[in-house]
Design a protein. Sequence first.
Length: 277
Amino acid sequence: MKHLFCIAVLLGSASLSACAQAPQPGKAAATATPAATAAAPALAVNIKPGSAEDRARQGLQKLNPEIQVDYIGAAPLPGFREVIVGGQLVYVSDDGKYLVQGTVVDMDSKTELTQSSQALSTYRQNLLASAKTADRIIFAPPTSKPLYTVSVFTDIECGYCRKLHNEIAEYNKQGIAIEYLAFPRMGLGSKDHRDMVSVWCAADRNQALTRAKEGKPVQAKECQSPVEAQFALGQRLGVTGTPAVYAANGTQLGGYLPPKQMREALDKLAASAGGAK
C-alpha cells in the first residue's frame, strides 16, 4: 500500500482551472472496454538488460511492482532518463535511485523541459489520434475552416467545463474548433457516467451536450457508446481533471482558458518549432 501511495502522490496533479477527478476505486480503470486501452498506441520501449533505461525501470518498480512504463529514453537532464508513466513525464537517475517530478527549467534557454518534451508530445498525439472523429462531439466554426482544433476531455457537471461550453461561440469566432471527449469525473458506473452515455447516444449529440451543461435533465439513452473508451484514453494520458485541453500536436494547454487566451496560446505554439494546428 505504501508504494502505491507514493506513486499516486508523485504522479497526481490537477490544473487550478479544472474540476478534479473524484477518487476512483481500483477497479474503475479495469472496467473500461479492453479494446479501448489495447488499441491506443504507445511509444516503443526497447530496453537492454543492464542499461540505464533498465535501471530506471527497476527503480520505478521498487515503488510499484505493477507500474506500467510507456516510454524510457534519453533526457536533456544529464545523468537522468526521461520516463512516461501514466501519461506523466518524470526523470529517473541513470542508476535508478532518484526520481524527479515537477518543473525542471533549463536556465540558459529558459525552457521548461517537461512541457517541451518531444517524447511526451508524440505519446499524447498518438493516443489522441486513436479517438475517432466520429466518436467526438464537435463544435466548429460554422462558416469557415478552423485555424486550430483542440481535443477537450469534458464532464457535464464540472463548473469549468460548463464555463468553457458557455463560451463555445467565442472559441469558434477565434477560429478554434472544440472536439469533446468524454471523461466522467465521478467514475464508471456513476450517474455522471450514465448521463454522459445518454448524451453520446442522443440523436443530436451537440444539442444534448449543451442541454446537459446547462443543468437540464438528461433523457436516458443506451447504445454502443465510446464513453468508456474515451475515459480510459484520458486515464492513459494522465487526465486528472476537466476540462483537459490538448493541441493537435499533443501539447496540453491546461484546463479552462478564456477564448482569447487560448487563441494566443495556440498562436504561440504554432509559431514555435513543432507547432500544430
